[in-house]
Design a protein around this ligand. Structure first.
Ligand code: UGY
Ligand code: MN
Length: 247
């Protein structure tokens, strides 16, 4: 969608935000070289997590030391050599990794043009429950299920739904006309990246046309609903905080 000069589809509000690729401004992020990085969501917006997009240029490398942060990475395009703690793997488009708090990771020599989405959150340990182990996976090998029985809305859950995990990351794919069955209102936050297709996102009392590359932050209790529009399926990757007590 071309943007008319002086106009933007972006919206920044107290409970939700939409950012489009036309809005991106790079930040230098410690540990990431040979790349441009955009911090799309972080506590400055009101979020309790961060979402970044990294585009590697030449001899790119992203490396982060062990800390109290956990990181989920999703390869949008291209690929590279990944190290998570002691695990090593080659990752390509649709590859993903989960780095628990207390482990380091790096992605080296990615092909120029490689794009990575990162979600980062400070880990909230549960007394008596061990920190999760590292995970390296591929979306293509994750079985999807029809969301609440609807074959037009397919959900792939990329991390185990276990109490040790305080974050979830899923891929939602909709057939044209497929939609969320009702307007959700929930305490959990979302960070969302449109992976493909088009649709309309309702956020609070506004309806936004969205397409590939758009990013949405939904804060706690943001009313939310989506319908896929157009002739091709639409899909998005999203983060959610889960499995911790109310107070
Ligand atoms: O998991 C979810 O809360 C999901 N159904 N929300 C969303 O797609 N906006
Ligand atoms: Mn939701």
């Amino acid at each position: 969608m071309p943007e008319l000069f002086g106009h933007t589809r972006a919206h920044i509000g107290p409970r939700h935000a939409l950012l489009t690729p036309h809005n991106h401004v790079n930040s230098a992020v410690p540990g990431i070289t040979g790349a441009t990085s955009v911090i799309l969501i972080n506590p400055a917006l009101g979020a309790k997590f961060a979402q970044l997009q990294v585009t590697f240029t030449h001899e790119g490398r992203a490396a982060q030391p062990a800390s109290d942060l956990q990181t989920f990475g999703y390869v949008m395009s291209g690929g590279g050599a990944l190290t998570v703690g002691k695990d090593k793997a080659k990752v390509g488009p649709g590859g993903y990794f989960y780095v628990p708090a207390g482990q380091s990771w790096s992605l080296t020599a990615p092909k120029a043009g490689t794009q990575l989405t990162l979600f980062q959150k400070k880990y909230a340990p549960l007394p008596g429950v061990a920190t999760p182990a590292a995970i390296i996976g591929d979306v293509a090998s994750v079985k999807g299920t029809p969301f609440l029985g609807d074959p037009a809305a397919n959900l792939q859950v990329l991390l185990p739904d276990l109490p040790a995990f305080d974050m979830a990351v899923n891929v939602f794919a909709y057939q044209p006309g497929g939609h969320l069955p009702f307007v959700e209102v929930h305490v959990m936050e979302h960070g969302l990246l449109m992976l493909g297709g088009q649709g309309v996102y309702r956020l609070e009392d506004s309806w936004y046309p969205v397409e590939k590359g758009d990013v949405i932050w939904m804060g706690p209790y943001c009313p939310q609903w989506f319908v896929a529009m157009g002739k091709t399926p639409a899909s998005y990757l999203y983060y959610k905080d889960v499995n911790r007590s109310a107070l």
